[in-house]
Design a protein around this ligand. Structure first.
Ligand code: SAM
Length: 240
């Protein structure tokens, strides 16, 4: 993602203030937080997730990162409210449907100082498409993956991601940047490996998934992949 965008934090976000405080929500493995901690050694970085399972072991964390667990749909503890120069959120797509997007967004904004910045990064499901350099051979497994991106379950609804800048405006976070990136060819094979690995998580529900993985892998080897654009939206919390 860093190579795709060319930045971890958009260069428009000021980072030269003393006591810079950054928080990463849904931090997962903490890779973004740890890279940011390396880039800004004088900043303090909080990394929050509902589960500590993927956090790096304490002895492998930077001195300036603080990992803690919290359900981000619940109000944050008082001591964090309005304290952050930058709030970062990435890859909430699989967790959030339209019915709860506003609630989550509003909760995130409570962490920002007035004038603080929110950077939110998501794939755009409706941009999913097959990229094939296979002489026109059919790629049904890739086509199926495109459909899965658009609607993984009958109840999935992702309008909120496509309308992310509107959420910013609604909660008085002025949009400063809306970048969109599609993968160059060189990233598609490695991105495909990640999706294949991700599908393994569904194996326990449906043993057919293994066959689907094999079909996808064959189509990839023949020169057909699925690409999905990513959006990076950056906004500034209005003062007052
Ligand atoms: C797809 S991962 C994204 C990881 C990370 N943001 C990244 O870009 O590498 C989604 C993360 O959200 C976390 N998560 C899911 N529901 C959550 C909640 N209600 N509150 C906080 N974190 C949550 C999951 O545990 C998981 O680590």
């Amino acid at each position: 993602m860093k190579s795709l965008a060319g930045y971890l934090l958009h260069p428009k976000i000021p980072t030269n203030q003393e006591d810079l405080r950054i928080i990463d929500l849904g931090a997962g493995t903490g890779i973004w937080a740890e890279e940011i901690a390396d880039q800004y050694p004088n900043a303090t970085i909080d990394a929050v997730d509902i589960s500590a399972d993927q956090f790096p072991p304490e002895s492998f964390r930077s001195k300036n990162t603080h990992f803690w667990t919290h359900n981000c749909f619940e109000p944050f503890p008082e001591q964090y409210l309005g304290k952050f120069d930058v709030v970062h959120a990435r890859f909430w797509l699989c967790i959030v449907n339209d019915d709860v997007a506003k609630q989550l967004f509003e909760n995130f904004v409570t962490l920002l100082k007035p004038g603080g910045y929110l950077q939110w990064v998501e794939p755009l499901p409706r941009t999913a498409h097959v990229v094939s350099r296979n002489g026109g051979a059919p790629a049904p497994a890739c086509e199926k993956l495109v459909q899965t991106w658009m609607k993984p379950t009958p109840l999935s609804s992702y309008d909120w991601v496509h309308a992310l800048p509107r959420l910013f405006q609604e909660f008085k976070v002025q949009v400063e940047v809306e970048d969109k990136f599609t993968n160059p060819d060189r990233y598609l094979p490695i991105a495909a490996q990640t999706f294949l690995l991700g599908l393994t998580e569904y194996l326990y529900k449906n043993p057919e998934v293994e066959k689907y993985q094999e079909q996808l892998a064959m189509e990839h080897a023949g020169g057909a992949f699925v690409d999905v654009a990513c959006t990076f939206v950056v906004g500034r919390k209005l003062v007052g």
